[in-house]
Design a protein around this ligand. Structure first.
Ligand SMILES: Nc1nc2c(c(=O)[nH]1)N[C@H]1C(S)=C(S)[C@@H](COP(=O)(O)O)O[C@H]1N2
Ligand SMILES: [Mo]
Length: 447
């Protein structure tokens, strides 16, 4: 940045459901209106209005710094008042949320991760999205068992203690529901990135590699072509996984982000299938069977299939292709004034790591390469950032990711040319956010 940031800095007003209480939101809007009024009265251009903004901020700032607030003089709260720490009360609007009316019952539903309010690549466990087909359970780990059977020399039943004695790995991976961004197959149904892309989270998972367990049980290397993973909830969640994938990087995980899994996310045991759609990450994992053919269970023969333009149904398309999205500024947020913004977002690929992310502010006519923030890990979210000075004119923000295989995230019309419009799953097109003159950001489709 060659510009003096102090002269051009702008502020993003978070989406209403994001950070702020209704009161704070109304205050911020009022401040913005009076600021815009002042800037207008001065007949100001970009620099002048930015200066007016800074002058006002400096006035406020002096007061806040010179008048000693109560908390500089009093005694603070004692330790261990919250034996398990909680976010600040000021952040209480940052929540995972259900999209109203999406499903008939809340036991077979989704709550979305508020991507617009998160930083870096790790999703806090309490904000990890939830997808249940038949409700969730808080299963007693002392009663939980994992069976390995089928084409193995030694069938085995493991307790949690048995599993947790084995050599473990800890790896950071994204999980994305195959139906993430499904609404965008239609014509812009969702207001914010939480609902358009929020069936996406990224965590550090700890557990034993599935390959370790399969080797221990002496799986049939000649005839064992697939494994079946089965969950212990009422959804009869069963998924086929090819043996190569099972032997590669799948984890039978008990921990997420340094602690035991949360019940909503499969406590005490879940399968982690890096790069593959969420449905294969079977929660409450109770059984792995080795077989010689695909199992064609309900959740892979009938559900989770792609409706192709020629009327056929594509099955077993589990890998989540390269995708990205700008999380700030994004739908439902408001830019409070012109000036400098750090445009920030996430990119990921089920086939490897992120090589490059390009960002456009003019609906895809011109592209600039964004900065990738480390760590850049395979099959994990990667954070990108890019400098942008908003001139106050309408703009369309897009990001386009390229992965280590050279695959380039498609435009919506490119994706539709191959996939048609009847699909639900695997929508990975470039997402567009429109910034209007009044600073409001909304979801638009650009073809
Ligand atoms: N046992 C079981 N496993 C399950 C599911 C389920 O309903 N039951 N839902 C699947 C789907 S569709 C997804 S997207 C992921 C969601 O994982 P999360 O709830 O931890 O986000 O879990 C998968 N594993
Ligand atoms: Mo899913």
């Amino acid at each position: 940045m060659s510009k003096d940031l102090s002269e051009v800095i702008g502020r993003v007003l978070p989406a209403p459901e994001n950070h702020l209480s209704a009161d704070t939101l109304e205050l911020a809007r009022k401040a913005r209106r009076s600021f815009m009024g002042k800037a207008l009265a001065m007949g100001a251009g970009v620099a002048a209005s930015a200066k007016a903004g800074m002058a006002m901020a400096a006035g406020e700032g002096e007061d806040a710094i010179l008048k000693m607030p109560e908390h500089t003089g009093g005694l603070g709260l004692p330790v261990a008042m919250n034996p398990y720490g909680q976010p600040s009360k000021w952040e209480s609007n940052l929540q995972r949320r259900e999209s109203p009316g999406l499903t008939r019952v809340p036991q077979a539903s989704v709550s979305f991760t508020p991507l617009q309010g998160l930083f870096g690549i790790i999703t806090p466990s309490g904000l990890h999205f939830e997808r249940h087909h038949q409700g969730w359970w808080d299963i007693d780990p002392s009663k939980h068992r994992l069976m390995i059977n089928g084409l193995v020399k030694r069938q085995r039943v493991f307790t949690m203690d048995d599993l947790m004695r084995l050599p473990s790995v800890s790896r950071i991976h994204f999980i994305e529901c195959g139906a993430n961004s499904a609404t965008e197959w239609g014509n812009v149904a969702t207001s914010s990135v939480q609902y358009s892309h929020g069936m996406l989270s990224c965590s550090e998972f700890t557990g034993v590699l599935l390959s370790t367990l399969l080797e221990m049980c002496g799986y049939d290397k000649k005839n064992g072509k697939y494994v079946l993973a089965e969950g212990a909830d009422g959804s009869s969640m069963t998924r086929t996984i090819a043996i190569d994938q099972a032997m590669d990087d799948c984890i039978v995980a008990w921990a997420m982000n340094g602690e035991m899994l949360r019940p909503e996310n499969g406590y005490p045991l879940r399968l982690v299938v890096p790069g593959v759609q969420g449905v294969s990450w079977v929660k409450y994992l109770r059984r792995i069977e080795v077989g010689d053919q695909k199992y064609a269970t309900k959740d892979e023969a009938v559900h989770y299939i792609d409706h192709m333009p020629d009327g056929t149904h594509r099955q077993y398309t589990g890998i989540q292709e390269c995708k990205s999205v700008i999380t700030t500024p994004s739908g439902s947020q408001t830019l409070l004034d012109k000036g400098f913004y750090n445009v920030s977002g996430l990119a990921w690929s089920g086939r490897g790591s992120i090589k490059r992310v390009d960002v456009s502010v003019d609906g895809g006519r011109n592209w600039r390469t964004a900065r990738l923030e480390g760590p850049i890990l395979p099959k994990a979210l990667t954070r990108f950032n890019i400098d942008w000075v908003w001139d106050g004119k309408p703009a369309i923000l897009q990001s386009r990711a390229i992965d280590s295989t050279g695959y380039v995230q498609p435009k919506m019309n490119q994706l539709r040319a191959v996939r048609g419009t009847r699909s639900v799953y695997h929508q990975n097109a470039i997402q567009s956010w429109k910034v209007s003159e009044n600073g409001e950001v909304s979801n638009v489709q650009v073809f």
